[in-house]
Design a protein around this ligand. Sequence first.
Ligand SMILES: Nc1nc2c(ncn2[C@@H]2O[C@H](COP(=O)(O)OP(=O)(O)OP(=O)(O)O)[C@@H](O)[C@H]2O)c(=O)[nH]1
Length: 787
Amino acid sequence: MRAFGTARWLNCHLFGDAQKAASGARNFQAAILPLAFQSQLRAFSASSQRCSAAQEALKKAQNDAASLTPEYVAANMDPAEAQRLERVRNIGIAAHIDSGKTTVTERVLFYTGRIKAIHEVRGKDSVGAKMDSMELEREKGITIQSAATFCDWKKTVNGKEELYHVNLIDTPGHIDFTIEVERALRVLDGAVMILCAVSGVQSQTITVDRQMKRYDVPRISFVNKMDRMGANPWKAVEQINSKLKIPAAAIQIPIGAEDEFEGVVDIIDMKAMYFEGPRGTKVRVTDQVPANLQELAAEKRQVLIEKLADVDDEIAELYLDEQEPTNAQIKAAIRRATTALKFSPVMMGSALADKGIQPMLDAVCDYLPNPGQIENTALDKSKGEEMVKLVPYNSLPFVGLAFKLEENNYGQLTYIRVYQGTLSKGTYLYNSRTDKKVRIPRIVRMHSNEMEDVNEVGAGEICAVFGVDCASGDTFTDGGLPYTMSSMFVPDAVMSLSIKPKRSGDADNFSKAMNRFQREDPTFRVHVDAESEETIISGMGELHLEVYVERLKREYKTECVTGQPRVAYRETISRRADFDYLLKRQSGGPGDFARVAGYIEPNEKPDENHYESQVVGGHIPDKFLSACSKGFELACEKGPLLGHHVIGSKMIINDGQTHVTDSSDYAFNLATQMAFRKAFPEAGGQVLEPLMKTTITAPNEFQGNILMLMNKRNATINDTEIGSEDFILTCDCSLNAMFGFSSQLRAATQGKGEFSMEFSHYAPAPPHLQKELIAKYEAELDSKRTK
Ligand SMILES: Nc1nc2c(ncn2[C@@H]2O[C@H](COP(=O)(O)OP(=O)(O)OP(=O)(O)O)[C@@H](O)[C@H]2O)c(=O)[nH]1
């Protein structure tokens, strides 16, 4: 980063944009340059031998880039930038389905003045929550798309107000929309993990926990629904520790519970908080902790200090010296440990009853990191695999990530997280994947489905731009930096459906919709099957595909017919088999001749295929070897058993033969494909099916029913955990056996059971299923041949 910041400065200087160069250099020097290098630049400015000095300075900057550690940046931070960043938070709200994410967000928007009235999810006023803007979301009462918004929170510190700018993303809880959670977490600096006070850690909580860990997202926890019967925040705190393995401790205790839930006691400052006035807008804070809670407050404060002593050196030292840390020391330790992913402070409340949200917002500002405290890196394409650090300074060259695309009534909207530099309206940016230059005609800040125009957005912020053609996950720079940011994890599709519009007149709308959905959602894929010529859509599960079929109907007035859901099988081999294949065809004119010999065997990496040539003595010239490699790729794309992808295979070609006139790329490509297909059965070719990690939660009385359901499906039960009311069963089950499971679960549990399913791994399908599938595939091929 530093190298190119310098490069830009040098460019400005060399090409005569003196004013820009001067200010760029000033900012840049003040911001991050080591002293030695600053003097080098000063010397350089004075020098008349521009070219050689420029080269030297560039070289030095490049060599120095490694020393740009977060500590260095923090120590040398421009105070104005540091102050600006400290007032910015980019946070996400993630949790199990129905924990109350949308309800919490609605309160956040209300208390920060972004909305004037609160509307409930599935509320009687039929308006629906602000963040569930899609008609389908409001109807089903679930969040499908993540929605971005921003708000300003006035935090009162010692009677003085401090204004924080919070960018917030409400994410869906259902696993089928997991990509929405993934892309939100990729660009956020912190998260609020919401748990239900009755259910504690649930199946989807475990999934979002895994995602937060994947992207190193620090979090605070909020135990919601304290007004519900059976609410018990301590169960949730214990489960965050035991199930999610995150050291966590409450920083509040509840005043009452269930319908007597009144407020919370802040056990750091030892103050009681009551939420009064219309919709709990007035927070009454008092030093009088209710007498019956004083002992519990002191006990839980001690638990908090002990937990912090486990994860924070400063508190550990005080603890060992038997000294009581001050409130400020406790707060500073919570922030350090939370930012370092070693701890999660737990708060509690009831969003529906308008209690506990304001202190949660304070905690977002107090304990979650600002954009300057997170290390973000990019790949420097000019240096191979070298990673460079990005620094969220407005004055540096621009680097941003397009993390989400969305089409609305005004056109194509691209959400961008600005990692470095400033994004200004009317400027040009480069897409580092396509190397195309794009103009940024309009920048907006999103507020669910509404927007506000802005002229400029600073480093560390999130915004959306119009009229930029790109794909989800593209990196944009100001042109000088050959950077690309690592993209997010996109899971493989596990299910597909054939689909076509009912009326041929809808074909146009149908293809428009397919294009849009694909661009917006990397887990939704569309292809046309070469043989059947059917359009196939694939995605993360039944609900995922169902939602798109429904959106086609509602948003594009295109009703569709869909086929049976299909599983994405894979094919693989289990042992080595040698081959020696000769392709020799003579049909009048020039013939085809190619001989390839070698072996296939299982690859060390079971998800990937590998091709290698070990041909010596030029028996197959290089020009034909690349055709062999292509042939292997093609053979893996359409496996010999079912026509599904082959994974985990390795092909080595070590000998062959050519013919002076009849050998060609075509002949070697085809011979390799044929050789692979012929050797496949001998190499123990088999069909793999996706196994799903399935978690089922239901009241204890249904345990027998559920076990029977899962046994019928040949599930491998990994764990059963019996709680006071509910039990949780975790198992691996083939996707094939899970079709229609939701209705059967409903029937078996009187609608009280719920489940979540996530792809786990591929495993050999049972032999009878393999036989059945292969026979069906062959029959299909035969019928096509006879047609
Ligand atoms: N009793 C009670 N109910 C709540 C509370 N918060 C939310 N709910 C209810 O729980 C249900 C789910 O709330 P949502 O806000 O849609 O939950 P969500 O986590 O956004 O749901 P998904 O987006 O579908 O995952 C709604 O019926 C809410 O009214 C609470 O504090 N107490």
